[in-house]
Design a protein around this ligand. Structure first.
Ligand SMILES: [Zn+2]
Length: 88
């Protein structure tokens, strides 16, 4: 099950799970998988996920909700099969 990020989660948390960050726009509900294929490089990176500056590619809003994904099933549940997008 995708789990909402909290104050303690960092880029390293993505590395530990080996999954991209699920992001949902609070304005338009656009969803995307961020950092797909890049999480291997986040080992030891304690940058907090809540501090990331992300911009919705659909409506331009800056407010988003982050979700931690644990496996491929979570990815499909979050984004919908076949609708994966590389950027938010
Ligand atoms: Zn949006």
């Amino acid at each position: 099950m995708p789990a909402p990020i909290d104050h303690g989660h960092s880029l390293h948390s993505l590395y530990m799970r080996g999954q991209p960050l699920g992001v949902e726009c609070r304005a338009c509900a656009h969803r995307a998988l961020v950092f797909a294929g890049r999480v291997e490089g986040f080992k030891g990176d304690m940058t907090l996920l809540q501090d990331l500056r992300l911009l919705c590619s659909s409506c331009g809003a800056r407010h988003w909700t982050g979700w931690l994904l644990s496996d491929d099933g979570d990815r499909e549940a979050f984004i919908g099969a076949g609708r994966s997008r590389p950027t938010f």
